[in-house]
Design a protein around this ligand. Structure first.
Ligand code: PCP
Length: 387
């Protein structure tokens, strides 16, 4: 183990050097070099061979691009944020030994981020009128926080909570107070905690009082608005065992605020929320913190397969040989076809150059990816039926 790294973290240098690989790729390199065999191949990253109608969001493309740009290969891919339901999302052309060892890291970059971005999009579409922050970094290994937060934003969440991840991806982390802060001031002293927070933090930090620590939500909310003049919001993170009818609790809080003239105080809720609860609460809250539903999403089951060797189509059983293209048709459907044939008349080809001559040439910006996911969800009807 590297003495300089006390944590169980594979370093960026190891990833770049092709060491974040399954050992059988090392054996494959040894064997091919021994046999003096290094064919020119085309390989494709695919989850489903044929379109399934069940769309997922592609994320992790920028990491994949930076990994592959160091290698003498040509890479095409769907753009980050693009929705897909079958066929290749990324294609590599080159000598096999030049990228063999990188398959493991490449699939890891794409699989995990795409699963998270898909869950984020599903969450966002369940509550389209509320703002939504990513609160899940506590559920993942800290070395993955930036991946989590970027993918959550690609899927449409509005903000992130992990500070270091924000520094990596160029976004400022948001968040105000945990229960620990209230507990440190002691039972019955919530006003002291809320006021101390108001006095301590900078003017740009929204004044959000957490109002569920010791007593009834309505009671704590009314105390908070009295305690802090410029209160922006209250947050309810009512624990599951006390929740009962959470929508009713939120409506009571809204009623109590409005009846005392505090219509401008927003209500923010968090804790164990997935699409069903988000949908149920969207019209009575202003914002959500969503953690585990997004952070614990299953990775997409991508595989990398060689589909052409020295110009001839090839595949293992159950996979489709030959270089493919993926088309979006006007009705929002997907069509997968051989790249050297004519695509559907109304089809737009989705695979675009990502890496050429050692340079990342594809568009990988976070804003463009989020915008694409949003537009694409509309185009294919993602989330339209509450899924
Ligand atoms: C919220 C809640 C969840 C956190 C967010 C993640 O934190 O208690 O544990 O959301 P999730 O349930 O959707 O994964 P806080 O209220 O700040 O937690 P704490 O009780 O630690 O103060």
């Amino acid at each position: 183990m590297d003495e300089a790294s006390p944590f169980d973290i594979v370093t960026p240098e190891q990833i770049r050097a092709g060491r974040a690989t399954d050992a059988y790729f090392d054996r494959t390199v040894e064997t091919l070099e021994h046999a003096d065999r290094n064919p020119t191949v085309v390989a494709e990253v695919t989850a489903d061979q044929f379109p399934t109608g069940e769309f997922e969001v592609l994320a992790g493309v920028e990491d994949a691009a930076h990994l592959l740009a160091d290698l003498p290969v040509r890479v095409d891919s769907l753009a980050p944020g693009q929705l897909f339901d079958g066929g290749p999302v990324l294609r590599i052309e080159g000598r096999y030994l030049d990228f063999c060892r990188y398959e493991t890291a490449l699939l890891g970059f794409l699989s995990h981020a795409s699963g998270i971005a898909t869950a984020a999009l599903r969450a966002q579409l369940a509550a389209p009128t509320s703002s939504m922050l990513s609160f899940g970094s506590r559920h993942v290994h800290p070395s993955m926080a930036a991946m989590l937060e970027r993918a959550a934003l690609v899927g449409g969440l509005d903000g992130i909570s992990n500070v270091a991840a924000g520094e990596v991806i160029g976004r400022e982390a948001g968040g105000t107070m945990p229960h620990a802060l209230l507990l440190c001031f002691g039972r019955g002293n919530q006003e002291q905690a809320w006021r101390a927070f108001d006095e301590a933090v900078g003017p740009d930090v929204p004044r959000v009082a957490l109002c569920d620590t010791f007593s009834d939500e309505v009671d704590e909310v009314l105390r908070a608005v009295e305690a802090v003049d410029a209160l922006d919001s209250v947050r309810l993170d009512t624990t599951g065992s006390r929740r009962g009818d959470f929508r009713h609790i939120v409506r009571e809080v809204r009623w109590a605020l409005e009846s005392r003239g505090h219509d401008d105080v927003d209500i923010f809720v968090s804790g164990g929320l997935g699409p069903e609860q988000l949908r149920e609460l969207d019209d009575v809250v202003d914002g959500f913190g969503v953690g585990s539903y997004v952070s614990n999403a299953d990775p997409v089951d991508f595989a990398l397969d060689i589909v052409e060797i020295e110009g001839d189509p090839i595949s293992k059983r159950g996979k489709l040989g030959g270089v493919k293209d993926v088309y979006r048709t006007a009705d929002g459907g997907h069509h997968v076809g051989l790249a050297d044939r004519e695509g559907p008349a109304d089809g737009e080809s989705l695979l675009e150059p990502l890496v050429r001559d050692g340079e990342v040439v594809g568009e990988t910006s976070l804003d463009a990816a989020s915008e694409r996911a949003r537009r694409d969800a509309e185009a294919v009807g993602f989330g339209a039926e509450g899924v």
